[in-house]
Design a protein around this ligand. Structure first.
Ligand SMILES: [Co+2]
Length: 444
């Protein structure tokens, strides 16, 4: 999910305690426990075989004889569509993202004992992040193999969201379940000149076309640790240079990011990479422009925008990245103006962490606010997620919450009509001793 310049000026409160009953990150505990049981058994058997025999050893030996017959659980693989919990696929811990050593003045962090200790005591946080990232990789693998022109955006969005719900084990239908894990924000399916924040509302009949450039921006969270990662899909090779530009720009941003790095320096490097490309479409050559009012952003627990921005053009502010922070590094390239404005019907919303405690006179707004707090807390959602919870006729109340400054609306962001925009995005963890590109995969 993108952050737009000027809409995001308010520094969001970081303390979400009241709104978010938090679950313990019990990732993969089941599988792990059963593994341990097995190895304990092995140790018992070994002790018996070594002849520390007593009267119990006979019984233990019988047990051992049975053991070779015990069918070893087949290694589980992901289904198609994805419905197998990743905690079952990785009972002993989740894959680590791409680790990149800090450089220059921060090179000492790689081996520094204090920094390594700080990193180790953060293991729950890391496991939650890596679980979410693995879900993201597996769901997007399904998306990349199965999304084809002719599908409706509604089918595509539901496919991604149901994959995310199944793999995290949070279908989000019971009160509070969405806050423990599952969908981290609405599935962005933004086509052509629409750069970000488009997802279908109920009744949307939009069909993906052969010539479309679709940004797929979806989120996975485990215990409020949101993985924010996006890619662009095309079905015609003529867009290849546009995609190459944005991929290069995002990887440049990821490479430049680090503790004590000024965000303006990252923005300048991103723009330079992006704007070294051009793309030829139907006989006309376009320079690829970085969309100057879209930004990457930091992420805090249960909030997709923590208050810091990562520009994608030069001239940004001198705010520095700090140890322990999490950033969504995302860049957008365009064949148009390189500047987006709000347009079209809103679908994306989130409860503001700093929402004023104003008395609401509209009854439907009060009851809707209650539903939002109990089901999403400050995690972003869209109208379809209210529909599936059985909410009806909520638009008046919803608009009232937006006007009251309690809920923030994130309208679709569009460049000029006829232009094409592309996006790539990863979530990075600025761990004390190493930078982890947690959402990195073989695909991007
Ligand atoms: Co984002």
């Amino acid at each position: 999910m993108a952050s737009k310049t000027a809409d995001m000026l308010s520094k969001l409160a970081l303390n979400n305690d009241g709104a978010n009953p938090q679950a313990n990150g019990a990732n993969g505990t089941n599988g792990h426990v059963s593994d341990q049981d097995e190895s304990d058994e092995d140790r018992d058997d070994d002790a018996t075989a070594n002849g520390t025999g007593n009267t119990a050893s006979g019984a233990a030996k019988k047990k051992k004889k049975k053991k070779p017959k015990k069918k070893k659980a087949a290694p589980k693989v992901q289904s198609d569509p994805p419905r197998v919990l990743v905690s079952q696929l990785f009972p002993n811990g989740y894959p680590v993202g791409e680790e990149v050593e800090y450089k220059n003045g921060n090179a000492y962090r790689t081996t520094n004992e204090e920094k390594r200790h700080l990193d180790r005591i953060n293991n729950d946080f890391l496991q939650e992040y890596r679980q979410g990232a693995e879900v993201h990789r597996q769901v997007r693998q399904w998306a990349q193999a199965n999304i084809k022109p002719g599908m409706t955006l509604t089918e595509i969005a539901e496919g991604i969201e149901n994959g995310t719900r199944a793999l995290t084990g949070h279908w989000g239908l019971e009160e509070g379940d969405n806050i423990k894990g599952g969908v981290g924000f609405p599935t962005g399916l933004s086509i052509n000149h629409i750069a970000a924040h488009y997802t279908p509302n109920a009744g949307n009949k939009w069909v993906l076309g052969e010539q479309d450039v679709m940004k797929v921006d979806f989120g996975v969270h485990v215990n409020g640790r949101i993985v924010d990662s996006a890619f662009t899909m095309t079905f015609d090779p003529k867009y290849d240079n546009l995609l190459a530009a944005v991929k290069d720009a995002t990887n440049t941003g990821i490479r430049e990011a680090g503790i004590d790095v000024r965000v303006c320096d990252i923005g300048a490097a991103i723009q330079e990479a992006m704007e070294s490309y051009e793309v030829e479409l139907d006989g006309k050559t376009y320079p690829v422009k970085a969309i100057r009012n879209l930004n990457g952003h930091d992420i805090v627990q249960h909030s997709i925008h923590g208050g810091k921005s990562v520009p994608i053009v030069k001239g940004g502010d001198q705010t520095k990245m700090e140890e322990g922070e999490i950033f969504a590094i995302e860049t957008f390239g365009s064949t148009g103006r390189g500047y987006v404005v709000d347009d079209l019907e809103v679908s994306h919303y989130a409860l503001r962490p700093d929402a004023p405690n104003t008395a609401l006179r509209v009854q439907s707004a009060r009851s809707l606010l209650n539903v939002i707090k109990k089901n999403f807390g400050t995690i972003p959602w869209c109208r379809r997620y209210l529909d599936r919870l059985g909410q009806e006729k909520y638009l008046l109340g919803l608009n009232n919450l937006v006007q009251s400054g309690i809920v923030e609306a994130y309208p679709p962001l569009v460049d000029v009509k006829g232009s094409y925009t592309a996006q790539f995005e990863h979530t990075i963890l600025l761990r004390p001793n190493v930078k982890e590109v947690v959402s990195r995969g073989d695909d991007y």
